[in-house]
Design a protein around this ligand. Structure first.
Ligand SMILES: [Zn+2]
Length: 296
């Protein structure tokens, strides 16, 4: 960001209602100010009013998925699956990509001169990575390519896996891949190592991280350890994680003390999310079951 127009741009960004405050600070400003090399947003989940996008897509697609289960003949089934995938991509384009909330993400990447890589994970899920350096873009492309390789190898190699997560997100169980991804997202290596080891050993990272927070008396908790959402520090006391949070807090406070305070509130929300993550996951599974009942 140029110094001259920086404060005007920041002010405009912060008053844009189309983007969530958390995404503005963690993804756009933190990368724009060089406080982390890269950020990742998952679309539609990280959009303002994500729920609305999710349910609009569901409403269009779900009846077709349910009807699919009544088809027995394999070849017919494959054909319908392909048609559903195309319909999902179309729904994503028409509902999500055409929205003002989505356009805002692209406009602001351009306004702040951030590079972006957009990756379609599934027909209705997309990841948007932001960065400043060409070297990061290169590393990111390799990471995404390797993730595809890991996923393809898993599909070939273990058709009967018990643990569903291990099958859907096999890269989460690949220590080398997690290390490289953690590095560009600026996760401390101690936290990445603990995360990777627990995943490998089948220990729930979410349960561990939630109980670490619960064990601490509320006032003792330094929320800056939860310096970006969906990051799990190795411990709430992790010096590396706290120092990353502090440096973002300090730099944002230099722009304007109120931005620093907004960031601290967001970090608190991140810590609350980690505290409740096991329940959030359980609710998510419950909702999937209810949806099946509702539409089926
Ligand atoms: Zn750590």
């Amino acid at each position: 960001m140029e110094v001259m127009d920086k404060s005007i741009l920041v002010e405009k960004l912060l008053s844009d209602p189309r983007i969530d405050n958390r995404i503005k600070l963690e993804n756009y400003l933190a990368v724009g100010l060089g406080l982390r090399p890269c950020s990742q947003a998952t679309i539609p989940f990280d959009l303002v009013d994500a729920q609305r996008f999710g349910s609009e897509i569901d409403r269009r697609i779900y009846p077709r998925i349910v009807s699919l289960e009544k088809i027995v003949e394999t070849r017919e089934k494959m054909k319908v699956i392909e048609a559903i995938k195309r319909e999902m991509s179309k729904a994503f384009r028409e509902i999500v990509e055409a929205s003002r909330e989505y356009s805002a993400l692209i406009e602001w990447a351009e306004a702040l001169r951030l590079g972006r890589t957009i990756y379609q994970v599934r027909p209705t899920v997309q990841e948007i990575f932001l960065f400043k350096e060409k070297s990061i873009e290169k590393k990111l492309k390799e990471l995404l390519k390797d993730r595809e390789k890991i996923r393809a190898a898993t599909l070939r190699g273990m058709p009967q896996v018990e643990d569903k997560a291990r099958f859907v997100y096999p890269e989460e169980f690949n220590r080398g891949w997690l290390r490289r991804m953690g590095e560009i997202l600026s996760y401390p290596s101690c936290c990445v190592e603990r995360y990777a080891e627990e995943r490998e050993r089948g220990i729930s990272v979410e349960e561990r991280a939630a109980s670490q927070i619960r064990e601490k008396a509320g006032s003792d908790l330094n929320v800056l350890a939860y310096f970006v959402a969906y990051f799990f520090p190795c411990s709430p006391n992790c010096k590396e994680a706290i120092s990353r949070g502090e440096s973002i807090y300090n730099e944002l406070s230099k722009l304007d003390p109120s931005i620093g305070e907004t960031y601290k509130r967001i970090a608190k929300e991140n810590s609350e999310r980690v505290r409740h993550q096991p329940e959030i996951l359980r609710e998510y599974k419950q909702k999937a079951i209810e949806d099946r009942r509702k539409y089926g």
